[in-house]
Design a protein around this ligand. Structure first.
Ligand SMILES: NC(=O)c1ccc[n+]([C@@H]2O[C@H](COP(=O)([O-])OP(=O)(O)OC[C@H]3O[C@@H](n4cnc5c(N)ncnc54)[C@H](O)[C@@H]3O)[C@@H](O)[C@H]2O)c1
Length: 425
C-alpha cells in the first residue's frame, strides 16, 4: 500500500469535522476532504466568516489555518470517495427509535449506507476506517458489504479507529490524545493498512500512544461496552489504565454527564422535577421559569440528549412559561429539539409558551425560578444581584450542575436548591 496522499471523511459532524480538520492541520502533505450529504452543514464549514456548524474551543483556528490549503469540505460524496486512498466513516449512529433494541441499540443504517456508497463508486483500492461508535462485528459487516459489491480490481482493508474525543475539549483531545487505537485484521494486508494509519497519527502523536491491538475485538469491545452499558468510554479506558484525563476531571463533571454517547443524567432530571413539585415552589414556577443552558454540557453547541430538553418538555406538560438562554445553541436547534420532544404541541403554541433570549439577564427577568441546566462558566459570573432584583419573589434557583456559589446566592436572598447535594432551599 503506497503512502496515504488523500483522505476522505464521510460525515462532517462532531467527530469527523474536528478529527479530520486536526489531521489536515498536522499533516499538510495530505489532502483531506470532509464530505457530508447535509448541504447546510457543509456550507457552514465553508462559510467565509467561519461560522462553523459546531462550536469547539480552538476549532476555528484549526480550520482557518488548514481550510483551502489541504482541508476541503464538500457535498460531493462520490468524488471524495473516488479520490481517496483512505476513508474515515464518521457518520451518525443514533439510538434506535423503533424495532429491536429501540431505546438503546445503535442504528447502523447510516454506516451501512455510507459503506454501500463506498462499494458502489470506488474505482481504486482503499483503506476504510470505521470511526463511528459501533458494536463488535460492524467491521466484519462492512467488509462483507464492500467485498460483495465492489469491482474486482479494488481491495478494501478495514480498520477500526474509535474516537475518544469529548465534546467541549475535542481539539485539545485530538492534539494530545492519551491514546489512539487502531484495530486491524491480523493478515499481512491488515498490518500494512494499520501501519499506514499509524504513520498519519505519528505526525503529531507519540508512537507509544498509538496502540495497535492485532485483532478487532479489543478495539470494538471498548466501543461496544460503552454502547451496551451506557458508560462513558473514558471510564472504560480508565478501567484499563490508559487515560490520564479521567481522575479529577471525571469527578468534576459530577452530575454533568449527558450527550449522545452517554445515558442521560436521569438522576439529575428526576431530582430536579421532584424538587420542582414541592408545593410551595409549584405555585410560582408554573408561571415563568428561566432555563439557563440548553447544550448537554458546557463549551459545546450540541444538544443531543441534553437534560434541558426533557426539562422543558416536563414544564410544557405543566403549561409553564419557559425562558431559555444558551450561549452557543442556535435557536433553530432549540425549536427542533422541543418540537420533537413535545409532538402533541403545535410549534405555534410552543412558541407562545417558550421564549429564547440572547442573554441570561433577559431570560431571568420576571421569572419565578431559574434552573441551571448546563454548566457554562458565564452563569457563575452573571450579576446575580441584578437577576434577583428583576425576578418575582421568592426567587428560586435550582442549580442542576453544582455550578453556583449557593451561599452567595442565599445571602442575596435567593432560595437555592443544589441538585445532587441534598440541600433544599
Ligand atoms: N460526538 C461525540 O462526542 C462522539 C465521541 C466519540 C464517538 N462518537 C461517535 O462518532 C460517530 C459520529 O458522531 P457525530 O457526533 O460526529 O455525529 P453527527 O450527527 O454530528 O455527524 C454525522 C454526520 O454524518 C452525515 N452522514 C450520515 N450519513 C451520511 C452519508 N451516507 N454520506 C455522507 N454523510 C453522511 C450526517 O449528515 C451528519 O452530518 C457516532 O457513531 C458517534 O457515536 C461521537
Amino acid at each position: 500500500m503506497p503512502a496515504v496522499n488523500k483522505i476522505c471523511c464521510i460525515g462532517a459532524g462532531y467527530v469527523g469535522g474536528p478529527t479530520c480538520a486536526v489531521i489536515a492541520l498536522k499533516c499538510p502533505h495530505i489532502q483531506v476532504t470532509i464530505v457530508d450529504i447535509n448541504q447546510a452543514r457543509i456550507d457552514a464549514w465553508n462559510s467565509k466568516d467561519y461560522k462553523l456548524p459546531i462550536y469547539e474551543p480552538g476549532l476555528e483556528d484549526v480550520v482557518r489555518e488548514a481550510r483551502g490549503r489541504n482541508l476541503f469540505f464538500s457535498t460531493d460524496v462520490d468524488k471524495g470517495i473516488q479520490e481517496a486512498d483512505l476513508i474515515f466513516v464518521s457518520v451518525n449512529t443514533p439510538t434506535k427509535k423503533s424495532g429491536i433494541g429501540a431505546g438503546f441499540a445503535a442504528d447502523l443504517n447510516y454506516v451501512e449506507l455510507a459503506t454501500r456508497r463506498i462499494a458502489a463508486v470506488s474505482n481504486s483500492s482503499k483503506i476504510v476506517v470505521e470511526k463511528s461508535t459501533v458494536p463488535c462485528r460492524t467491521a466484519e459487516s462492512m467488509r462483507t458489504i464492500l467485498e460483495a459489491n465492489s469491482p474486482a480490481n479494488c481491495r478494501f482493508d478495514i480498520l477500526s479507529n474509535p474516537e475518544f474525543l469529548a465534546e467541549g475539549t475535542a481539539v485539545n483531545d485530538l492534539f494530545a490524545p492519551d491514546r489512539v487505537l487502531v484495530g486491524s485484521l491480523e493478515t499481512p494486508e491488515g498490518k500494512v493498512a494499520c501501519d499506514a494509519l499509524t504513520e498519519i497519527y505519528a505526525n503529531w502523536v507519540p508512537r507509544e500512544r498509538i496502540l495497535t491491538p492485532s485483532v478487532f475485538l479489543p478495539v470494538n469491545a471498548l466501543s461496544a461496552i460503552c454502547e451496551a452499558t451506557g458508560a462513558n468510554i473514558d471510564e472504560v479506558a480508565y478501567a484499563v489504565g490508559k487515560d490520564s484525563r479521567v481522575g479529577p476531571s471525571f469527578l468534576r463533571a459530577s452530575v454533568g454527564f449527558g450527550g449522545s454517547c452517554f445515558q442521560k443524567d436521569i438522576l439529575n432530571l428526576v431530582y430536579l422535577s421532584d424538587s420542582l413539585h414541592l408545593p410551595e415552589v409549584a405555585n410560582y414556577w408554573r408561571q415563568n421559569i428561566a432555563v439557563l443552558g440548553f447544550a448537554f454540557k458546557a463549551d459545546t453547541g450540541d444538544t443531543r440528549e441534553s437534560a434541558a430538553i426533557s426539562l422543558v418538555r416536563d414544564f410544557q406538560a405543566e403549561n409553564a412559561n419557559v425562558n431559555i438562554y444558551d450561549p452557543q445553541v442556535v435557536h433553530e436547534q432549540i425549536w427542533s429539539d422541543l418540537s420533537e420532544a413535545c409532538p402533541t404541541i403545535p410549534l405555534t403554541t410552543l412558541q407562545k409558551r417558550v421564549k429564547i433570549f440572547s442573554s441570561a439577564l433577559e431570560a431571568c427577568k420576571n421569572a419565578e425560578a431559574v434552573v441551571i441546566a448546563t454548566e457554562w462558566k458565564e452563569f457563575r459570573d452573571i450579576d446575580w444581584n441584578v437577576v434577583y432584583l428583576n425576578m418575582r419573589k421568592p426567587a428560586f434557583v435550582f442549580d442542576g450542575r453544582i455550578l453556583l456559589d449557593a451561599d452567595k446566592l442565599r445571602n442575596i436572598g435567593f432560595k437555592v436548591t443544589v441538585i445532587g447535594r441534598g440541600e433544599k432551599l
